[in-house]
Design a protein around this ligand. Structure first.
Ligand code: SF4
Length: 509
């Protein structure tokens, strides 16, 4: 089996495999490493990264040895024990792990001539790190300096994370009783070529929709009971997918009616329906959304280049997306988001720049820019991959520069894992149009109750403990095993009970 691997990760005398692998993936994404925990470099794998830690009397030495193609490099660094000059054990594991990963990062950077814009930071939530430091009493400048020194983050990305954190901080909830509600409608008219969500194209799933809607309404009713029993306050409602407007106007009404009947959303700050694709948006559906009390919709062209829309398998034109937006405006929607994707197959920098200009000219209330990097990347030396990443990075930079100039401020962000550059997805909004749900889903400090297939419920306890309860992934499972699924609601109630006994009313720390 080993001969199938192109890359090996060899760990010698340490247990920091997870972080070492995450660091290696910053430079070599999308490959399956052969993991060698016995410390032996395998003979039949052409490329390898060996990391080791050796303890001596008062120091720990970290070593890396990397073979990539024909080049091989070895590097070492030492950590001295400061408190006890004659013994090393007082050095914290986290510091050893950091030293090893930094050494690996710097060696790979030198060998590949590539500097990840987010530096050593491998997590997907850089904004959370900034907020934590602000909550610990650091000034924004101190927080930024501290993070940059430790993680070698570029100035541009640090500024983006800091700006986003400062906008989010006052919006974040302060009581465990405030929750978000997510309703999943996981159907789409066709499947986009780049889609990684669990969505089901209409052709195959059409016959399931009526039953699905029925069961979804039952689950909403059950969640309504839980919300009432624990005195929870729904702060945000988000109907997402898939494409929620894939279902008919009466079916959409049925779902939204169930929400209105069974859940007190009177005090919700926002209510979003992700209308999504232009080929599903009709005046009837928009009127239902409006009548049922939603305050925000998303019309997501992704690109306004017709050739790119065709290449990704969408059955609508750029003009249809523009028309859907204008129709929603005409009907009185005053909070409309538009989603764009940088790096779609066949798109170019010029194409993206043109899309961005045209979308800004429509003046939506918020614009979300996702980045797409190739999933099955060639290896690090693949020039196409490098060019693609450089181009997507330029698109992201253009968005970060142009959108604030037009009054859109970055308010939420997350990074993608295991892609070159680990580029970020950023939501930009006009002041006051920030979407709380998007912030919460990334911030992980608020409970979110989910209904529908592929939805999950996330319970956040006062001590930060997070429990996720997942619904079934596929509509047929959701429908056929609904009773079993409802057993999971007991698990949710047990945790809510514990949270209540621990004092849910108290403001969160
Ligand atoms: S609209 Fe979104 S969820 Fe649906 S197929 Fe396309 S990318 Fe996937």
């Amino acid at each position: 089996m080993e001969q199938n691997y192109e890359y090996a990760l060899v760990f010698r005398n340490h247990s920091y495999g997870y972080e070492v692998q995450a660091t290696a993936k910053l430079f070599i994404p999308n490959v399956r490493f052969l993991i060698c925990e016995d410390g032996e470099i395998p003979e039949n794998v052409p490329n390898y990264i060996m990391t080791s830690c050796e303890k001596t009397a008062n120091a720990i030495t970290c070593d890396v040895e990397i073979q990539l193609g024909t080049s091989r490099v070895k590097r070492s660094c030492g950590i001295l024990s400061t408190e006890h000059p004659t013994t090393a054990p007082d050095v914290k594991n986290s510091e050893v792990e950091y030293a090893l990963c930094r050494l690996l990062y710097e060696t790979l950077r030198e060998m590949t001539d590539y500097t990840p814009p987010w530096g050593l930071l491998t997590g997907i939530r850089p904004v959370r790190k900034v907020i934590q430091l602000l909550e610990d009493g650091y000034t924004p400048e101190e927080a930024a300096r501290k993070l940059q020194e430790r993680f070698l983050i570029s100035d541009e990305k640090m500024q983006l994370a800091l700006d986003t954190a400062l906008i989010q901080q006052p919006i974040l909830p302060h009581s465990a009783k405030e929750i978000g509600l997510y309703i999943s409608i996981p159907f789409c008219p066709t499947r986009c070529s780049y889609c990684s969500f669990v969505s089901h194209s209409m052709d195959s799933a059409m016959q399931l929709i009526p039953d699905y809607v029925e069961y979804l309404c039952r689950e909403i009713e059950i969640l309504g009971g839980i919300i009432r029993r624990y005195g929870l306050h729904v702060q945000s409602v988000y109907i997402g997918g898939g494409t929620p407007t894939s279902i008919s106007a009466p079916q959409l009404r049925q779902v939204m009616e169930a929400i209105r009947t069974h859940i007190d959303i009177a005090s919700a700050r926002e209510y979003t329906v992700e209308a999504g694709r232009a080929d599903t948006i009709t005046e009837d559906k928009l009127r239902v959304i409006q009548e049922m009390g939603a305050t925000r919709i998303s019309v997501n062209p992704q690109t306004l280049q017709d050739s790119v829309l065709e290449a990704i398998g969408r059955r609508h034109t750029a003009q249809q997306a523009v028309d859907a937006f204008l129709l929603a405006r005409k009907l009185g929607f005053d909070d409309i988001n538009m989603d764009l994707i940088a790096g779609l197959p066949t798109d170019t920098y010029e194409g993206f720049a043109d899309t961005l200009q045209r979308v800004m000219a429509l003046e939506p209330d918020s614009i979300t820019v996702h980045t797409l990097t190739l999933k099955r990347a060639a290896d690090l030396y693949g020039t196409n991959q490098k060019q693609h990443v450089a181009q997507v990075a330029k698109m992201a930079e253009l968005s970060a520069a142009a959108l604030p100039e037009h009054g859109y401020r970055p308010y939420y962000m997350y990074r993608q894992k295991n892609t070159v550059g680990n580029l970020e997805n950023v939501g930009y909004a006009r002041e006051g149009k920030e979407n709380l749900y998007n912030i919460l889903i990334m911030d992980e400090t608020q409970t979110i109750l989910g209904a529908g297939c592929a939805a999950s419920t996330k319970l956040v306890e006062a001590n930060g403990k997070i429990t996720r309860v997942h619904n079934y992934k596929f509509p047929y499972e959701y429908i056929n095993r609904f009773d079993k699924l409802m057993e999971k609601k007991h698990e949710i109630e047990e945790i809510l009970q514990r949270m209540q006994e621990g004092g849910m009313d108290a403001a969160k720390e």
